[in-house]
Design a protein around this ligand. Structure first.
Ligand code: F6P
Length: 305
């Protein structure tokens, strides 16, 4: 039961190992309460942030990026069972452990795809709950999820038990789908980066996929992955000639999205192995990201070999 007595839809469904249920539920509760507020506060915050205006990865920060990070940072780091808060918008991990506390580490991308603010296209909030100090490997995740700010606000929540989808409104979560699985018959693909910047082996793979699936790409990973979860297919932000390390961040994007897609019955890869097995050396380290139906990700790894 939430603080004010409302029963949240995920209360009875959350199954997290090693006694972490309560902390994960509190983290999810903060996301459920804060996401509609973030959505409502986007109006008037679509412009560039004051000050330096760049995040630690050198990307332009919108006012909304900083504001969403402040909201989530304040609320998540205040939770008793959260010992670290890390954000794509902050250079360092925030240590929020009280002297006696042991607990979980939370990493968030407060507004994934915020370059879509200018054109008013979908965006998201991504969160990963790690049972390890950050930077951590994806296999240390005990839960992960994202909010998709589309025509309605939805949340995908993955635990070791599986994946569920909720509609968020007024601080409540209503279950839409209890067992989200990638459809067996894939339909869509979305690949990021400029085609001339793709390595030749990925370009060859992409040509094959183009003739089999339908292009659905919007420039915000959460929304693009949400299409793959809904229709089956593959999302990739590959290695680029100009950026061999890839674009997306392992802690904040690759790990949580890889965890979600794997729990939904699909595969994740950095081109060689599951994203969840990738070494986490740097808080803001980047990785190529390939997620989707098993067969498509297997073929991708074969094509890059
Ligand atoms: O990392 C943020 C992000 O906006 C992702 O959500 C998205 O997949 C990618 O960057 C798009 O980047 P670009 O428009 O530079 O290809």
């Amino acid at each position: 039961m939430s603080e004010d007595g409302r029963r949240l839809a995920y209360d009875r469904e959350l199954a997290v190992g090693d006694g972490h249920e309560d902390v994960v539920r509190e983290v999810v509760d903060v996301i459920v309460r804060t996401a509609p507020e973030i959505r409502g506060g986007l109006v008037g915050r679509r412009g560039a942030a004051d000050g330096e205006g760049e995040n630690p990865s050198g990307e332009t920060q919108a006012e909304a990026d900083v504001w969403a990070d402040d909201l989530l940072g304040d609320r998540l780091s205040a939770l008793e069972g959260v010992v670290q808060y890390a954000s794509e918008e902050r250079a360092e991990v925030v240590d929020c452990a009280s002297s006696s506390s042991t607990g979980l580490s939370v990493a968030v991308d407060p507004l994934d795809g915020s370059s879509n603010l200018a054109s008013n296209n979908p965006m998201g909030t991504i969160f990963g709950v790690y049972d390890a100090p950050i930077p951590a490997q994806g296999r240390d995740l005990v839960a992960a999820g994202y909010v998709c700010y589309g025509p309605i606000t939805t949340m995908i929540l993955a635990t070791d038990d599986g994946v569920a989808e909720y509609e968020l409104a007024d601080g409540d979560a209503t279950t839409l789908r209890e067992d989200v699985r990638l459809p067996a018959e894939p339909t869509v693909y979305g690949f990021g980066g400029r085609v001339p910047d793709w390595p030749a082996d990925f370009r060859t793979y992409a040509r094959e996929i183009e003739s089999e699936l339908k292009l659905r790409y919007g420039g915000a990973m959460v929304a693009d992955v949400n299409q793959v979860l809904s229709y089956g297919g593959i999302f990739a932000y590959p290695t680029l000639e100009s950026r061999p390390e890839g674009k997306l961040r392992l802690q904040f994007e690759g790990n949580p999205i890889g965890y979600i897609v794997e729990r939904a019955g699909g595969r994740s890869s950095n081109g060689r192995r599951s994203l969840l097995e990738a070494e986490a050396t740097d808080l803001h380290g980047r990785t190529p990201v390939y997620v989707g139906n098993d067969g498509l990700v297997d073929r991708l790894e074969g094509a890059l070999a």
